[in-house]
Design a protein around this ligand. Structure first.
Ligand code: FMN
Length: 382
C-alpha cells in the first residue's frame, strides 16, 4: 500500500461538505470547479475524454481563479485497469473476438439512425477502427499530474496499479477512487487510495463499476455507505454520490458515515456549468413535468449502455429505448455514437443524445454555483 504521509484535510474532508462531481462531456468547466472550491466546497475538473493540453490549461485557469484546491478526475482505460481479468483483455482472445463481433453488429443496427439523423452512414467509424484499448491520453495525463503536482487526482471506471498510485503520491498528489462495492473499496485501499468516492445507483452519468462486464449494484446509497464504512473502517474519507440535491440528502449521508456529499446533477444547471443548451432545456422540461417526467413529478431516468457501451444513468429518451441491447464495449460504442450525438445536438433532437442526470434531475436549480452550494447545505443565501 502506498499512501501520502498525511493527505491534507482540506482535500479529503472539506469544511463545506459539498463536492461538485467531475462531469465529463462538457458540464465541468474550470469556472464551475473554481466557484465551488472558492465557496468552501471542493470543485473538480473532468479529465475524461478531454485532451491533455486542454486539461492542463483548465488546471492552470482554476489555479489562477482561486487559491482553494481543485481536484482532477481521470478515466482509467482498459489497459491500465487492474480489475479486468487478463484473459479477457488479451488481444486476439476469444472474449475480444466476441466483443468485436458485438460492436460490429451494433454498428449495423445504428445505420438507420445515421440516415435518420442526416449522417452519412459511411461516415460512422469503421468497426475495425474501434479500439478497446484506446487510452484517452492516460500516460500524458499521468505525466501532467506528476509534473504539475496536482493536489487531488481521482480515478473512475477502474483501478490503476499500485505503481501508478506510488508514482503520483511521490509527486505529492492525494489520490481517490470511485467505488461501487465494498470489494472495490478494499482493493482501492490496497493499491494506495487515500479517499473513496462511493457511488450509489441513484447517480447520474456513468456507473464506475471497476469490471465493466459486471452489472452495476442496486444497493441504495445510504446502505452502501454503511457497508463501505464497515469494510474500510472509521478513518478512510468517503465522499457519497448519488441523488443528493438538498440539505436532507447531505445530512443523511453525513449521518451514514460520509465526509462529504458529491453532487453532480445538482450543478448541471449552474450558471458556470458547460451543460449544453439541449440538456438544459431537457432538465427544464423534467423540472416542469412536461417531458422526461414520471407521474410522481420526479424525472424519468434510466440506465443505458446505448450511447457509450458502459452503464450510465440519464433522462430516458427514445434512442435508449430503441437500443436496450447495446454491448458492453466502452470506449468503442462511445466513439461509434459520437457522430450521431453530434448531429442530434446540432438538430436540437433531445431523443437521440445522452442526457446524463441522476434521479434528482427534476430538482436541479438554475443559479450561480456558490448559491447552489449554500442551497445544498440548507443555508439561506445572505
Ligand atoms: C453529466 C454527468 C457527467 C459525469 N461525468 C463523470 C466523470 O467524468 N467522472 C466521474 O468520476 N463521475 C462522473 N459523473 C458521476 C458523478 O461523479 C457522480 O457520481 C454523480 O453525479 C452523483 O450523482 P448525482 O448526479 O445524482 O449527483 C458524471 C455525472 C453526470 C451527471
Amino acid at each position: 500500500m502506498s499512501t501520502t504521509p498525511s493527505a491534507p484535510a482540506s482535500l479529503t474532508r472539506p469544511t463545506v461538505p459539498v463536492v461538485a462531481a467531475p462531469m465529463a462531456g462538457g458540464p465541468s468547466t474550470w469556472q464551475l470547479a473554481a466557484a465551488v472550491s472558492a465557496a468552501g466546497g471542493l470543485g473538480f475538473l473532468a479529465g475524461g475524454m478531454r485532451p491533455v493540453e486542454r486539461l492542463i490549461r483548465d488546471v492552470e485557469s482554476a489555479r489562477q481563479a482561486t487559491q482553494a484546491p481543485v481536484g482532477v478526475n481521470l478515466f482509467v482505460p482498459e489497459p491500465a485497469n487492474t480489475a479486468i481479468p487478463a484473459e479477457r483483455s488479451a488481444p486476439g482472445s476469444e472474449a475480444r473476438r466476441r466483443r468485436a463481433a458485438e460492436v460490429a453488429a451494433y454498428r449495423s443496427s445504428l445505420l438507420a439512425e445515421a440516415t435518420r439523423l442526416g449522417v452519412d452512414p459511411a461516415g460512422l467509424p469503421a468497426a475495425e477502427s474501434l479500439d478497446p484499448d484506446a487510452t484517452d491520453g492516460w500516460d500524458a495525463k499521468l505525466d501532467a499530474a506528476e509534473a504539475g503536482a496536482w493536489p487531488l487526482v481521482t480515478f473512475t471506471f477502474g483501478l490503476p496499479s499500485p505503481e501508478v498510485f506510488a508514482r503520483l503520491h511521490a509527486g505529492g498528489s492525494t489520490l481517490g477512487v470511485t467505488v461501487t462495492t465494498a470489494a472495490e473499496a478494499t482493493r482501492a485501499l490496497e493499491h494506495g487510495a487515500d479517499l473513496l468516492s462511493v457511488q450509489g445507483p441513484e447517480s447520474g452519468g456513468h456507473r464506475s463499476v471497476h469490471d465493466p462486464a459486471a452489472d452495476p449494484g442496486t444497493t441504495a446509497l445510504a446502505d452502501l455507505l454503511a457497508e463501505m464504512r464497515a469494510a474500510v473502517g472509521p478513518s478512510v474519507p468517503l465522499f457519497a454520490a448519488g441523488g443528493i440535491m438538498e440539505a436532507d440528502g447531505v445530512r443523511a449521508v453525513l449521518a451514514a458515515g460520509a465526509n462529504a456529499a458529491q453532487c453532480g446533477t445538482a450543478f448541471l444547471r449552474a450558471h458556470e456549468a458547460g451543460t449544453s443548451a439541449l440538456q438544459r432545456a431537457a432538465l427544464d422540461q423534467a423540472a416542469a413535468g412536461t417531458h422526461f417526467a414520471a407521474p410522481d413529478g420526479s424525472a424519468r431516468t434510466a440506465l443505458t449502455r446505448a450511447y457509450s457501451g458502459r452503464w450510465a444513468r440519464g433522462l430516458e429518451n427514445d434512442f435508449m429505448l430503441r437500443h436496450a441491447d447495446a454491448p458492453a464495449a466502452y470506449p468503442e460504442v462511445n466513439v461509434l455514437t459520437q457522430p450521431l450525438r453530434a448531429a442530434a445536438t446540432a438538430a436540437g433532437d433531445a431523443e437521440s443524445v445522452s442526457l446524463w442526470a441522476g434521479v434528482g434531475a427534476a430538482r436541479a436549480r438554475t443559479a450561480p454555483a456558490a448559491e447552489i452550494v449554500t442551497e445544498i447545505l440548507g443555508v439561506s443565501p445572505q
